[in-house]
Write a protein that binds this ligand. Structure first.
Ligand SMILES: [Zn+2]
Length: 406
C-alpha cells in the first residue's frame, strides 16, 4: 500500500512535506517525498492531513472504562476505598464491555498502542479480539492473601506460551509501594529479567503516600493497616528511595506519577534509566501540586504522557492530556509534547525506531489528523478534536474518513 499525505511527522521534530510511505505487510518499507506507484498497488491519498506515528498511551486501566464520573476527587484514600468497592461489583460482562469501549475510545483519538494495567488476567483470554497494539501489564499486589482463579492463571499463561503474538505483549505491574511487599517487588524484578518483560509501577502519587513513607503516618497508612499490611520497612524514605533500597527497581521500569519527589530522588532519575509517566488530567483531578516537568526535561529524564483510567479522568484522548498539560507548562514546544506520546513511550517500551516513528523498518502504526497547509502540523495534531482521518495498526487499516472503528 502506498500512502501519501501533505505532511508527515517522521520522528521528534522531523517533518517531510509532502511525503509518501510504502507499507508492506506490517512494516513501513519506504519513506520519501515521491515514491512511484507499483502495478496493482493500493493507494491512499490523505488530502489536508498530516500523517503521524500512531499515539501510544503509556498508562491506562481499561478495566475501569465504565467508571467515568463515579468516583470522588476529595482525597486519594477516599478514591481508593471507593474503587475497591466498585471493583468488587463489576461483572465479567461489564469488564468485557469496558475493554471494548476503552479500545474504541483509544482508536477514536488516534491511539495505536497502549500500556494497559490488567487487574483481571482472565481478560487476557480476549486479547486477540482487539486490533490495537497492547501491552497487558499484569497488576500484582499482595496486601491481602490472594489466589488467582484458574481462568486468571490461564489468561496469563497463554501469553508465556506464545510470546510472539502480533499485537499483544505482556508486562509486569506491581501495583504500588503501599500494596506490594518488598518480597513481591524483588520477585517481579527477577521475573522481568528472566523472561525479558517490561515492568511498571505506580509511585509517589499522592500526599498520603508521601506521608506514609516519609513520616510513617497518615490516612493511606491507616487504610493499608486495616487491610492487614504490616509496615516494617521504609520509614523516612521517599517512595522512590524505598523502592530502590528494597531492590524493587527493575532496569527500565516505567515509573507512573512521581508527583512528590525528594532531593535524593533527582540524582536517581537523572541517570535517565527510568522513564517517568505523567498523567496530566488525573493529576488535575486530584488537584496535586505542580508537576516538575520542565526540570525533568532539562535533566534529560525520559517523560511519557498517559491518561490513567476513566476512574480519574473523563477521556482517553492523549491530545486532551497535552492541551491540559500545556496550560500548566506553556514553555514546552508542541513538538516536544508530541514526542511524549509517540517516540518517548516507544523507547520506554524498548522499541526505538520500530515504534512511535515513521521510518523504513518500523511497524506500520499510523494516524492521520486534519491539517491545513501553512499551519503548524504539530499544533494541528494537538488541537484536533476530530477522530483520525486514517488509522492503521500493524499494517491493517482500522479507520478511514468513511469507515470508523467500532
Ligand atoms: Zn494507574
Amino acid at each position: 500500500m502506498l500512502i501519501s499525505a501533505k505532511a508527515l511527522i517522521l520522528g521528534p521534530g522531523e517533518l517531510l512535506a509532502p511525503g509518501m510511505v510504502r507499507v508492506l505487510g506490517n512494516r513501513i518499507v519506504q519513506v520519501a517525498e515521491e515514491i512511484p506507484l507499483r502495478l496493482g498497488e493500493e493507494r491512499v491519498v490523505l488530502e489536508d492531513a498530516v500523517l503521524s506515528p500512531g499515539l501510544i498511551n503509556a498508562h491506562v486501566h481499561l478495566d475501569y472504562t465504565g467508571l467515568r464520573g463515579k468516583l470522588p476527587a476529595d482525597s486519594f484514600p477516599a478514591w481508593v476505598k471507593e474503587i475497591i468497592r466498585l471493583k468488587a461489583s463489576l461483572s465479567p460482562v461489564e469488564l468485557e464491555a469496558a475493554l471494548e469501549e476503552g479500545f474504541r475510545l483509544l482508536a477514536g483519538s488516534g491511539t495505536t498502542g497502549v500500556v494497559n494495567m490488567e487487574a483481571y488476567p482472565e481478560l487476557l483470554l480476549l486479547a486477540d479480539r482487539f486490533p490495537l497494539r497492547c501491552w497487558w501489564f499484569l497488576e500484582l499486589l499482595d496486601i491481602r492473601p490472594h489466589v488467582w482463579s484458574p481462568e486468571a492463571t490461564c489468561g496469563a499463561l497463554r501469553f508465556f506460551d506464545d510470546p510472539h503474538r502480533p499485537l499483544g505483549k505482556l508486562g509486569l505491574a506491581p501495583h504500588a509501594p503501599y500494596t506490594v511487599s518488598p518480597e513481591l517487588y524483588r520477585l517481579v524484578r527477577q521475573s522481568a529479567q528472566r523472561f525479558r518483560l517490561p515492568a511498571t509501577t505506580h509511585l509517589s502519587e499522592s500526599p498520603e503516600e508521601w506521608e506514609m513513607f516519609c513520616q510513617g503516618g497518615g490516612a493511606l497508612l491507616d487504610l493499608v493497616r486495616q487491610a492487614g499490611r504490616p509496615r516494617e520497612n521504609g520509614r523516612e524514605l521517599s517512595p522512590l528511595q524505598w523502592l530502590d533500597r528494597i531492590g524493587g527497581l527493575v532496569p527500565g521500569m516505567l515509573l507512573v506519577h512521581l508527583n512528590y519527589l525528594a532531593d535524593a530522588d533527582w540524582a536517581l532519575l537523572a541517570r535517565g534509566e527510568h522513564p517517568v509517566v505523567h498523567c496530566p488530567k488525573s493529576h488535575a483531578f486530584f488537584s496535586y501540586p505542580p508537576f516538575p516537568l520542565e526540570r525533568m526535561l532539562s535533566l534529560g529524564i525520559p517523560v511519557c504522557l498517559a491518561t490513567d483510567s476513566l476512574a480519574s479522568n473523563d477521556s482517553l484522548d492523549l491530545r486532551e492530556e497535552i492541551r491540559v498539560a500545556r496550560e500548566r507548562h506553556p514553555g514546552v514546544p508542541a513538538q516536544r509534547w508530541w514526542e511524549m506520546v509517540t517516540s518517548a513511550p516507544a523507547r520506554a517500551l524498548g522499541f526505538p525506531g520500530t515504534l512511535g516513528e515513521i521510518r523504513s523498518g518500523a511497524w506500520a502504526d499510523l494516524a492521520a489528523f486534519r491539517w491545513v497547509k501553512g499551519s503548524d502540523p504539530w499544533e494541528a495534531c494537538i488541537e484536533g478534536r476530530e477522530e483520525p482521518l486514517f488509522l492503521m495498526v500493524n499494517g491493517k487499516v482500522l479507520q478511514t474518513e468513511d469507515r470508523r472503528y467500532r
